[in-house]
Design a protein around this ligand. Structure first.
Ligand SMILES: NC(=O)C1=CN([C@@H]2O[C@H](COP(=O)(O)OP(=O)(O)OC[C@H]3O[C@@H](n4cnc5c(N)ncnc54)[C@H](OP(=O)(O)O)[C@@H]3O)[C@@H](O)[C@H]2O)[C@H](O)CC1
Ligand SMILES: [K+]
Length: 511
């Protein structure tokens, strides 16, 4: 499913009215009616309810007037609250109708708001701001939103909860906490990313009569099973291990032996034919935690961290690998940087860079330049903090506009960027997929190592870097969701996600 920004939505609106000739009043009427229908569906009867409709002066408020008109036909206790009766031309059409129908319309003031505190509304419709929210909310608007949030009413937000920025999902000062949000055409970024997503309640997407053919060039999508190619999951009866690819992984240190185990176990468990792990000799005691199928290439180390001299002894192996993973648990030091430079200068293998590989990338100009010009496919898998380091910005800037941050990393390094978070974003710099599966049980050290292993495995099995990233993110989070059927968010571990790949892949194949 597509995800829109406010400017795309406006462009769709403009085309619908100017190119196709559907008047804005028709769209507003449809939008308001859709919200009314949703309310009617949720309640057996409405005639015994106290209902308040709060309307701003933009077109979101206009949608609110339409909702109020329909509600007033089935309920005697509908009150409309306006901030300003100087509304847009289109909204005015519906405000005038309400006036003629003698619906109870009130202009909000501090005094009126105080008197409202003594009343009880069962249902509140929030039509204060939609995609036109342009600045932080303060003054009477803020007080009304706080009143709505403390009212105990069932709250419907029209299009988006007032206060949530539809493009960034950031909260502009304060925001309505909706029970349900009814939006139009497609969801907006603000409904999908956090924190906006928290405020929306259940999101219902309604068709308001905009012809499909004018909705073009939308580059942001919610990642669904339909976006995944599982054709390569089929294993031919006469195949052998070489047909499913060889993964090479450079990972682990005496400090993080588990990262190497998780990454390589995940690669193996998601289908690759062979998995080689280059890891410091000191980590060999960790043998019990690795699947026995993993081929270990023990690297001489310096104080428990892979050494350059030790690493280059395995150069000949690199011709075998179909893909290389670099970074999980390596720790960051000069030797690690030298090794990454050596790889980028001497080999042409698709590469997935995670964790300390990204930290080295953030701090080394040589690595940045070499990676940007590296010809093979590349996947970078930063979390927000790593992305901030790579982009040399504050992590708050990444959180404010994660899609832009991910696209920037992808473009600069001509790579696929997998920006990991509660809504992981996958992009090639142009097309963007937002993952909405997964749960907070995944917020544990080691989750990222597992994801890197699955991406590696998918590339080894013949998927392009973009396809592999999409599949891996989906499988990783679906596995965590399936685990919740028997476990809790507290008890799910990244290693369980690996074990869970079994039922996850089965479910994905079954459809
Ligand atoms: N196809 C559709 O999706 C349709 C959507 N419709 C609805 O229209 C809104 C968008 O309407 P718009 O008029 O562009 O914008 P808003 O109603 O969201 O609000 C704009 C007004 O609010 C003022 N504003 C913005 N932020 C603040 C703030 N923090 N404090 C005070 N006032 C604020 C803004 O003032 P400016 O100074 O910025 O101009 C405007 O006055 C969409 O969301 C749908 O609900 C239509 O029904 C058509 C179909
Ligand atoms: K709203």
């Amino acid at each position: 499913m597509f995800v829109l920004t406010s400017s795309q939505m406006r462009e769709i609106d403009r085309k619908a009215s100017q190119e196709i000739g559907i008047p804005e009043v028709v769209l507003m009427e449809n939008a308001g009616f859709c919200v009314f229908e949703e309310i009617k569906r949720d309640f057996e009867t409405l005639d015994d309810k106290n209902i308040a409709v709060f309307c701003g002066k933009g077109n979101n408020g206009g949608d609110g007037f339409v909702v109020a008109r329909y509600l007033a036909q089935v309920c005697p206790n509908v009150k409309v609250f306006l901030f300003d009766d100087n509304v847009t031309l289109t909204s005015k059409v519906f405000l005038d109708i309400l006036k003629k129908l003698e619906v109870d319309i009130n202009i909000l003031s501090e005094e009126l708001l105080s008197s409202l505190r003594a009343q009880r509304f069962d249902i509140i419709v929030d039509a204060i701001f939609g995609i036109g929210l342009s600045k932080d909310i303060d003054g009477l608007y803020k007080k009304v939103i706080e009143y709505i949030n403390g009212s105990g009413a069932y709250v419907y937000s029209v299009d988006i909860p007032s206060g949530v920025c539809s493009d960034s999902a950031q909260i502009k000062g304060c925001a309505v906490r909706a029970s349900k949000t009814v939006t139009f055409v497609y969801p907006k970024v603000g409904h999908i990313l956090y924190p906006g997503s928290y405020y929306c309640g259940k999101v219902i997407v309604k068709d308001i009569g905009i012809p499909e053919k004018i909705i073009k060039d939308i580059k942001v999508k919610i990642l669904t099973a339909e976006d995944l190619d599982i054709s390569k999951f089929y294993r031919y009866p006469d195949s052998h291990k070489g047909d499913y690819g060889k993964v090479g992984i450079v990972a682990g240190s005496k400090y993080y032996p588990g990262a190497a185990a998780l990454c390589s176990n995940a690669a193996l468990q998601s289908g690759c034919g062979l998995c080689y792990l280059l890891t410091p000799k000191e980590v060999l005691y960790f043998q019990n935690f690795r699947r026995p199928e993993i081929i270990v290439l023990p690297v001489e180390s310096k104080e428990g961290i892979v050494s350059f001299d030790g690493f280059v002894k395995f150069d000949e192996y690199f011709a075998k690998f179909d893909v290389l993973g670099f970074g999980c648990g390596l720790t960051k030091n000069k030797e690690v940087e030298k090794i990454l430079i050596h790889i980028l200068e001497n080999f042409q293998i698709p590469i997935v860079i995670d964790a300390d590989g990204l930290n080295v990338l953030a701090s080394s100009r040589d690595v940045r330049e070499l990676l940007a010009s590296y010809k093979s496919q590349k996947v970078l898998t930063p979390h927000y903090m790593e992305a901030a380091r790579v982009l040399d910005v504050d992590v708050k800037d990444v959180a404010k506009s994660p899609i832009d941050a991910a696209k920037k990393i992808a473009s600069e390094f001509r790579a696929i960027c997998v920006l990991k978070g509660s809504r992981t974003i996958i992009t090639d710099g142009d097309e963007v997929f937002i993952n909405i599966l997964g749960n907070p049980g995944m917020a544990k050290g080691g989750s990222g190592d597992v994801l890197t292993g699955i991406i590696l495995s998918m590339i080894a099995q013949g998927y392009s870097a973009f396809e592999a990233a999409k599949l891996a993110v989906y499988l990783h989070s679906l596995s965590a969701d399936i685990l919740l059927e028997k476990k809790t968010m507290q008890t799910i571990l990244p290693s369980d996600i690996i074990d869970g790949l079994d039922s996850t892949i089965k479910r994905l194949i079954k459809g």
